[in-house]
Write a protein that binds this ligand. Structure first.
Ligand SMILES: Cc1cc2nc3c(=O)[nH]c(=O)nc-3n(C[C@H](O)[C@H](O)[C@H](O)COP(=O)(O)OP(=O)(O)OC[C@H]3O[C@@H](n4cnc5c(N)ncnc54)[C@H](O)[C@@H]3O)c2cc1C
Length: 296
């Protein structure tokens, strides 16, 4: 019987595993190797790792975490989960069953790319989700933002830290005149048509084309496509969920505890604030929560 089974061994899950390994707890980490930022050449805004390729960060992290003798890193997909505190079982696609006293879910989310030619090819390079992660490198250039929810209206205000050339593509949505007026006063250009194509060369965009054929030259396009959890274990467990502007996440309370005892969630799966630092922070909290619950 393991102390903790961690499903998802990326930034959140490996942080939890390291903390538990250092407490000499028996841990199994299941992971399928599809960290969300794998599309980006470099990761930014991470202390001590600014500019490091995500793959390199995780390779080093796995090597370090794997040195703890009580931590078992398994390349495998968790497919079913059941049980109660002190007796959870997770089965893998390969048919292995692992038993553990606590569960940490850190399997992240999947971005659902819109069917716009050029979007998927440019994702993580010049079609980006977060200015703190990838804005500095394209500061002062022509930026676009694809409207996805009312939250998008905050984008141009934030982006003014990096550039004064911002176009908001409404992509078939409508916004009230008052918002149009406010954005206009800030110098934000508004485009009403739906996006048809993103022109790019190997992921480096040069323009966005709307359905009426108009072309808008750009160096960076911000977008927040719909997302969904990468697995359905939270649904199998009947965990409470919470809507975000672009998807859904596992509802957590103190120490990343979910709505069911003995089960913790962390990383992108449990927050609308998506970054490596937030993921690591919540992984650390989840590990503490699981550990404390086993000490009573
Ligand atoms: C294009 C892009 C660029 C980004 N750049 C940055 C950046 O520069 N700086 C920054 O701070 N943040 C960046 N982010 C955000 C960052 O990638 C996420 O916040 C972070 O990866 C979340 O970590 P996580 O551990 O929660 O999830 P993930 O990193 O997504 O990891 C989840 C892990 O769970 C595994 N998994 C899924 N299902 C299962 C299953 N059933 N069984 C076993 N394993 C499973 C996956 O394979 C994956 O390894 C970027 C995001 C994107 C989309």
């Amino acid at each position: 019987m393991q102390d903790v089974i961690i499903v998802g061994g990326s930034f959140a899950g490996l942080t939890a595993a390291m903390q538990l390994g250092r407490a000499r707890r028996k841990v199994t980490v299941l992971d399928t190797g599809l960290n969300r930022n794998r599309y980006a050449e470099h990761a930014h805004n991470i202390l001590g790792q600014d500019g490091t390729p995500p793959h390199d960060m995780l390779r080093v992290a796995r090597a370090q975490v794997g040195q703890y003798p009580t931590v078992d890193l398994v390349a495998g997909k968790a497919v079913t989960v059941a049980g109660e505190p002190d007796n959870f079982t997770v089965t893998t696609e390969a048919g292995e069953t692992i038993a553990g006293r606590r569960l940490i879910l850190s399997y992240g989310i999947v971005d659902e790319f819109p069917a716009i030619p050029g979007f998927a090819e440019s994702w993580g390079r010049t079609v980006i989700h977060c200015p703190f992660c990838h804005g500095y490198e394209v500061a002062g250039t022509r930026w676009g933002l694809v409207y996805s929810s009312p939250m998008s209206l905050h984008g141009p205000v934030l982006y003014a830290n990096w550039t004064d050339d911002i176009t908001l593509f409404l992509d078939g949505h409508d916004i009230i005149d008052e918002e149009r007026h406010k954005l206009g006063k800030r110098g934000v250009k508004l485009v009403d048509g739906k996006l048809a194509t993103i022109r790019h060369s190997e992921g480096k965009i040069s323009a966005v084309v709307t359905e009426d054929g108009t072309e808008y030259g750009l160096e960076a396009l911000y977008a927040h496509p719909r997302n969904r959890p990468s697995a359905d274990l939270h649904a199998q467990l009947g965990l409470e969920m919470k809507d975000t502007p672009t998807g859904t996440m596992v509802q957590v309370g103190d120490m990343q505890a979910t709505s069911r005892p003995g089960i913790y969630a962390c990383g992108d799966l449990s927050t609308g604030m998506h970054s490596v630092t937030f993921a690591s922070n919540s992984g650390s909290l989840a590990a503490m929560g699981a550990l404390q619950s086993m000490m009573v």
